[in-house]
Design a protein around this ligand. Structure first.
Ligand code: ZN
Length: 161
């Protein structure tokens, strides 16, 4: 179990140090208006991020063609945003929605749903240990809540409070 925990730590530290899909989606904020963005803030920890999502409409009901984020925060929040973008880039919206549900269950659900959620999450399951630390759960879910806001097209910044 502790070896697994070490492996999880390693993945989180790696994504914190070398975040994937870090930056903004250039040149598409105006014009066709396909790229949506939203700001997320976790006041408990001070994590801030801006998420950019390029969604193409298709028969699947929309697919995330590209996604990037920028911002600053703790290792958990940054690694979570990085792993999230990696997991959902190129995926249909419906699938990203399901991943978010599983992710939420992994972090806050009771142990029986947690095991099932963990199996569906692949690499995202590295955040399992975070459930022991309620304050850290907000760091780990910030990117996902911000994604929801970006997709909903709201202008209000999201906070985890
Ligand atoms: Zn944090």
């Amino acid at each position: 179990m502790s070896e697994l925990f070490d492996l999880y730590q390693e993945v989180i530290l790696d994504h914190n140090k070398n975040p994937r899909n870090f930056g903004r989606l250039e040149g598409s904020l105006e014009g066709e208006g396909r790229v949506r963005h939203a700001d997320g803030y976790n006041p408990l920890c001070g994590d801030r991020l801006t998420l950019y999502v390029d969604v193409v409409r298709d028969e699947a009901g929309g697919t995330i063609r590209d996604i990037k984020f920028e911002g600053s925060g703790c290792a958990i929040s940054k690694a979570s945003a990085s792993l999230m973008t990696e997991a959902i880039k190129g995926k249909p919206l419906a699938e990203s929605e399901k991943l978010f549900e599983s992710f939420h269950e992994l972090l806050t659900g009771d142990p029986s749903v947690k095991a099932k959620a963990s199996a569906e999450l692949g690499k995202l399951a590295v955040f399992e240990g975070v459930r022991e630390f309620p304050v850290r759960v907000k760091c780990a879910t910030l990117a996902w809540h911000t994604l929801q806001a970006a997709l909903a097209g709201g202008d209000e910044p999201v906070t985890t409070e």
